[in-house]
Design a protein around this ligand. Structure first.
Ligand code: SF4
Ligand code: SF4
Length: 103
């Protein structure tokens, strides 16, 4: 199975688009931050189209959890973040990501 050599530049966390949060993601993130689920979603999430929970962003679309080039919740980051780019990818990735897939 291939692996991915990430340069930990944080560019993917600054790209336009949303980080969708599953119920399991929300539970893990809330526990990692020692918050109850309500406080976690109130502080760090918003609801998109009345039904999708996503992470809040800064006005420039940077993820709310990006600190410099690091993810502040790396150990409990959402599945969408864990799965990038081996389980899902985008055509645009080569424009901002210098990481390499290692066969
Ligand atoms: S949760 Fe962490 S890994 Fe995911 S987009 Fe935000 S800063 Fe990046
Ligand atoms: S843009 Fe690519 S190399 Fe940079 S942190 Fe994201 S996955 Fe890693």
């Amino acid at each position: 199975m291939p692996s991915f050599h990430c340069r930990q530049c944080g560019s993917c966390c600054r790209q336009p688009g949303y980080v969708y949060i599953t119920e399991n993601d929300a539970k893990l993130l809330a526990a990692g931050l020692r918050l109850d689920l309500y406080d976690f979603t109130d502080r760090f999430c918003e609801v998109l189209e009345k039904r999708h929970l996503v992470l809040k962003q800064y006005p420039d679309e940077k993820c709310i959890f990006l600190e410099g080039t690091r993810c502040a919740v790396y150990e409990t980051r959402p599945a969408q973040c864990r799965d990038f780019p081996l389980r899902w990818d985008s055509k645009r990735r080569s424009e901002y990501c210098k990481g390499k897939v290692v066969p």
